[in-house]
Design a protein. Structure first.
Lengths: 272, 304
């Protein structure tokens, strides 16, 4: 039951030695549906990038259970919407993990693509070029691509930005369907009410984990206040993490010279 | 009586067309070579140009064409007008600039346009300096503008080889190129081929430019890459069709340009380029996605 899909071990991720996710330890169980919440700059996207491997940890590790296929939908898609491609071509990109560079796209694959478009409510637009899609339709198409990827671990970074309520309802239904299929899903969400209503589990970040657990408890007023206190401050002169002047939790400190990074606030790791 | 006169007129027209369009290629070996060389070059350079354009790197192609100059010039200074040293020199210079600029862009905060501009300016200055060491401006003109009418066997073999290699590479890595172009971040999340494919592509650009500068010179080699692709973009929304169309435009402009150059005694390189340029302007104006129709359509729109 408590099979781990994703394990963080004292994970620190950052840019220019300034950590954006700090000393994170914990386990994402297989088949769980986790909302990742927190203010701007709290490290949500950074965490996603760290999991996918687009960003190397400054220290600690983030390990995905062997054999896990993952799909990642970034917040700021680098998708070139003026690229001459049909919706079909865009969704077929999701076949890459299965077919790779030279594998032929079989009739079965094409069927999967059509089926995915049907599931996201985009039937009949296969042949349209991607620059004719509206924002909501594009988001649906990207969800279809995730569907085609047929992944065990699905990471969605703010997928509900700029979508209307009908699209939102459809996308939420898809996400819940994924959970029913025992897929592990992590979603970065801003709307806290949405999280309370639809997500069983939440992870509250403020450059370090503030709380992680059952969604309503995690998003308690007390936790949210604590998260706000950590704010977005980027202190250029923050002391090096690991300096003896700090009252550091001894189990958390295992820095070597290379992996040193600055602390924004005092080191005060939250035990998960 | 009338019928035979009409037939006679037709015969005259056909004869005239034959003399204008076909005879120069039948009669003169240098024209045949020029045509063959330009066709082979179009076959590979035009699809490469399509990808350059889709990656918004058209100006990078231009920069690369300048960047191969010092290598070609070094070969020229050391061995005179010999194809092999000039080719190898050009390849080395092109690869150094492409890799250098690419690496700066991938591993620092600087974007590729700035690093490429810096690298090619340095490279071009070096090239001009080296050619001027030797003296005459005729030499410089030759290196810069080439001469498709003086292609020897070595040059033809080189162009054919480059063309073959390019087509194979595009065939194998086409899907990765398209994916990396369409959604680079997604591609990085599913495959490690992103950076290798990028550098492979830059390599293809350099080899095609080096092959092209034998025929058209360093400055115009990039023209055969960019102009047909830029024109083809207006007619279709499919990458494959765009590649085929660009090749067709390239092949036609080569033939027309060579004929123009033959009949009107124009320099061959610019004649080929200007033919492709006319196709481009025609596409800008008259194609389905061009100025004319998109303006007309603005007032008459569908009901849904």
């Amino acid at each position: 039951m408590t099979e781990a899909c994703l394990t963080f071990d004292n994970l620190t991720l950052g840019y220019n030695r300034h950590p954006a996710v700090h000393h994170m330890t914990g386990v994402v169980r297989k088949g769980s549906l986790v909302a990742v919440v927190g203010g701007n700059g709290s490290g949500k996207s950074t965490l996603m990038k760290g999991i996918v491997g687009l960003l190397r940890p400054t220290s600690g590790t983030c390990s995905i259970a062997p054999g896990t296929r993952f799909a990642y939908l970034p917040q700021l898609s680098e998708l070139d919407r003026s690229f001459p491609a049909r919706v079909l071509d865009l969704v077929s990109l999701g076949l890459w993990p299965k077919r790779g560079l030279l594998g032929r796209h079989s009739a079965e694959d094409r069927q999967a693509v059509t089926q995915a478009l049907l599931s996201v409510g985009l039937e009949g637009v296969e042949k349209r070029s991607i620059d004719t899609l509206s924002g909501g339709q594009m988001q649906r198409a990207l969800f279809a691509r995730v569907l085609v990827q047929d992944a065990d671990l699905i990471l969605l970074d703010e997928p509900f930005n700029a979508v209307d309520s009908r699209t939102l309802t459809d996308l939420i239904a898809l996400i819940k369907h994924w959970q029913d299929q025992r897929r592990t899903v992590m979603v970065v969400v801003h709307d806290l009410d949405l999280v309370r209503e639809h997500f069983p589990e939440a992870l509250l970040l403020a450059r370090r984990p503030i709380a992680w657990g059952e969604a309503r408890q995690t998003l308690s007023a007390e936790n949210l206040l604590r998260a706000r206190q950590f704010g977005e401050a980027w202190d250029e002169n923050a002391p090096w993490c690991g300096q003896p002047a700090h009252d550091l939790h001894e189990t958390m400190i295992d820095h070597d010279g290379i992996a040193r990074h600055r602390h924004v606030a005092r080191c005060n790791p939250y035990a998960l | 009586m009338t019928a035979s006169r009409v037939t006679g007129t037709w015969r005259d027209v056909i004869h005239m067309l034959y003399e204008t369009l076909i005879l120069p290629f039948v009669e003169f070996g240098f024209m045949q070579r020029a045509l063959f060389g330009a066709f082979m070059l179009s076959l590979s350079a035009c699809p490469v140009g399509v990808f350059l354009m889709l990656r918004r790197m058209s100006l990078t192609g231009d920069a690369m064409a300048h960047a191969i100059l010092p290598g070609a010039a070094a070969g020229f200074l050391l061995y005179g007008l010999e194809i092999i040293p000039m080719t190898i020199g050009g390849l080395i210079a092109g690869v150094v600039v492409a890799l250098g600029a690419g690496a700066v862009a991938r591993f620092t905060i600087q974007k590729e346009d700035a690093s490429m501009a810096a690298f090619y300016l340095i490279s071009l200055s070096l090239g001009v300096l080296m050619v001027s060491l030797r003296g005459s401006s005729v030499d410089l003109m030759h290196v810069l503008f080439g001469s498709v009418l003086a292609l020897n066997n070595d040059a033809l073999i080189l162009i054919a080889m480059v063309s073959g290699i390019t087509l194979c590479a595009l065939g194998v890595f086409g899907r990765a190129l398209v994916a990396e172009c369409m959604d680079p971040l997604f591609f990085r999340s599913v495959s490690r081929l992103g950076s290798p494919v990028h550098f492979l592509f830059l390599g293809l650009v350099v080899t095609n430019l080096v092959a092209g500068f034998q025929a058209l010179g360093t400055l115009l080699a990039v023209g055969l890459m960019i102009l047909p692709a830029a024109g083809a973009r207006f007619w279709t929304q499919s990458v494959a069709t765009m590649c085929l169309l660009s090749v067709a435009i390239g092949v036609c402009s080569s033939a027309v340009g060579l004929l123009l150059s033959y009949h009107a005694s124009l320099p061959s390189g610019p004649a080929v380029m200007l033919s492709a340029g006319s196709v481009y302007f025609f596409s800008v104006i008259a194609s389905p996605r061009g100025l004319l129709l998109s303006h007309l359509r603005r007032s008459a729109h569908g009901s849904a």
